[in-house]
Design a protein around this ligand. Structure first.
Ligand SMILES: *[C@@H]1O[C@H](CO)[C@@H](O)[C@H](O)[C@H]1NC(C)=O
Ligand SMILES: *[C@@H]1O[C@H](CO)[C@@H](O)[C@H](O)[C@H]1NC(C)=O
Ligand SMILES: *[C@@H]1O[C@H](CO)[C@@H](O)[C@H](O)[C@H]1NC(C)=O
Ligand SMILES: *[C@@H]1O[C@H](CO)[C@@H](O)[C@H](O)[C@H]1NC(C)=O
Ligand SMILES: *[C@@H]1O[C@H](CO)[C@@H](O)[C@H](O)[C@H]1NC(C)=O
Ligand SMILES: *[C@@H]1O[C@H](CO)[C@@H](O)[C@H](O)[C@H]1NC(C)=O
Ligand SMILES: *[C@@H]1O[C@H](CO)[C@@H](O)[C@H](O)[C@H]1NC(C)=O
Ligand SMILES: *[C@@H]1O[C@H](CO)[C@@H](O)[C@H](O)[C@H]1NC(C)=O
Ligand SMILES: *[C@@H]1O[C@H](CO)[C@@H](O)[C@H](O)[C@H]1NC(C)=O
Ligand SMILES: *[C@@H]1O[C@H](CO)[C@@H](O)[C@H](O)[C@H]1NC(C)=O
Ligand SMILES: *[C@@H]1O[C@H](CO)[C@@H](O)[C@H](O)[C@H]1NC(C)=O
Length: 325
């Protein structure tokens, strides 16, 4: 009895210590030298930021870092949204081979996105919007076959949309708006290979420097919900709309402020009944508005102002539709 009363508090203390040790430092039992080196190189390429990334804490506990539960000390996520960081991305990023998510949204990263990013075969989500990345979209990105989300909206990227992007067959969202991307004119803005990304739901490409024609065939991109190609210099007619009949979930199609010409095809009436926003204003369209447009029962915003359209507004346009023309 006397023994127990002495040892049991000790045992409790010991187990409390043990529990704490395990619970507060889940991933610090080991170090992956490669991941640590990569994070230090990442920090070094940032001017003065990330002072909390220092030796007082294991890197798995650094701000914005998440490590794997199964693979101890392997970094799976970097989330540094809105941290006021100024700098570039170190090529060492390519050594974080377990990385699944990288979020650098709303900082001041500049310079090129390193090709080494293509070594991250487990990468699923890239969120680089609202930075100042320049140069071209790295071609090796096409090797990140698990990417489902790629957002580079509002940067200074130049060059074309690489045809290799069609290899990203799991892609659901592609954001390239507000950059300085252009095209190679003859093959069109969207590479034909993009048809292979048949899970694509969101495609944002407005406010770039695209000229020439849009992809002709959208029929395999049947999951599309939002398409925004406004404010470019796109030319040609909009007959490609008839290939969008298969896009049965289409909710918004925005083509405003381009140089699109020709007439509104009758097939417009066969677009998805989910379509709620259709905008082709500030273009060069001629002819009349097809009466079948009244079939688009989900439409609540139709913007066709500033074209050369004539004739009556079809009486069947849903009463709820806000029409600007
Ligand atoms: C650390 O990461 C490297 C690169 O992926 C790998 O080769 C190595 O086996 C890892 N080491 C440990 C201890 O997990
Ligand atoms: C190291 O990081 C800790 C928080 O992780 C912070 O409190 C401390 O100020 C940092 N030290 C230096 C020298 O920046
Ligand atoms: C962007 O980041 C800055 C800090 O650098 C912050 O003040 C601002 O609120 C952020 N903007 C958004 C929209 O998150
Ligand atoms: C990590 O990446 C850099 C740059 O890509 C490379 O020089 C280095 O050898 C790589 N390996 C390790 C273990 O850091
Ligand atoms: C983009 O960055 C600027 C400057 O840091 C900030 O003022 C703005 O709120 C950010 N916008 C978004 C959408 O993050
Ligand atoms: C880009 O990918 C190619 C083909 O896999 C590879 O040979 C090359 O080393 C990669 N470049 C970088 C910088 O990782
Ligand atoms: C856009 O890129 C082109 C080269 O493709 C360059 O000549 C032009 O100056 C860039 N425009 C801006 C606003 O950066
Ligand atoms: C789509 O992918 C298949 C198989 O990888 C390939 O053979 C084909 O060329 C691709 N289509 C386009 C238009 O790139
Ligand atoms: C668009 O691209 C052309 C050709 O690369 C370039 O000369 C022009 O400056 C670009 N326009 C803008 C607004 O960046
Ligand atoms: C829609 O897809 C089917 C196969 O899924 C195809 O046979 C048909 O031609 C497509 N329609 C259009 C308008 O592209
Ligand atoms: C719309 O689809 C119907 C059948 O679903 C077809 O008969 C009609 O020809 C199509 N109209 C246009 C303009 O493509």
């Amino acid at each position: 009895m006397a023994k127990l009363s002495v040892t049991s508090p000790l045992m409790i203390l010991w187990s409390v210590f043990f529990f704490f040790h395990l619970a507060t430092t889940p991933a610090t039992c080991s170090n992956n030298k490669t991941d640590l080196q990569a994070l230090l190189a990442f920090k070094n390429a940032i001017n003065g930021g990330l002072s909390s990334w220092n030796a007082t804490l294991h890197y798995c506990n650094w701000k914005g870092i998440l490590c794997s539960r199964r693979h101890q000390s392997r970094v799976v996520s970097i989330n540094l949204r809105s941290q006021g960081l100024v700098g570039s991305i170190s090529p060492h990023i390519g050594n974080l081979s377990f990385l699944r998510t990288i979020i650098l949204q709303n900082n001041s990263f500049h310079g090129q996105i390193p090709e080494e990013i293509g070594r991250l075969r487990r990468l699923q989500k890239i969120e680089f919007s609202n930075n100042s990345f320049s140069g071209e979209i790295p071609r090796n990105l096409s090797q990140c076959r698990n990417l489902y989300y790629l957002n580079m909206i509002d940067n200074d990227l130049t060059g074309i949309i690489i045809p290799e992007i069609g290899s990203l067959i799991k892609l659901k969202a592609l954001g390239l708006s507000i950059n300085n991307l252009s095209d190679n004119y003859f093959n069109g803005v969207l590479p034909a290979s993009l048809s292979n990304a048949s899970l694509l739901e969101e495609l944002y490409m407005h406010s770039n420097n695209f000229t020439g024609q849009i992809l002709k065939d959208f029929s395999r991109l049947s999951s599309l919900r939002f398409v925004d190609l406004s404010s470019n210099h796109l030319e040609g007619d909009i007959s490609f709309i008839s290939s969008m009949i298969n896009c049965t979930s289409l909710e918004a199609l925005l083509l405003s402020k381009n140089l699109l010409s020709g007439s509104l095809p009758d097939s417009i009436s066969n677009l998805s009944t989910q379509l709620s926003f259709l905008a082709i204003d500030y273009s060069q369209l001629h002819g009349t508005i097809p009466s079948g447009i009244g079939n688009l029962i989900g439409l609540n915003r139709l913007s066709i102002a500033n074209n050369y359209l004539e004739g009556p507004i079809p009486s069947l346009i849903a009463l709820a539709t806000v029409l600007t023309c």
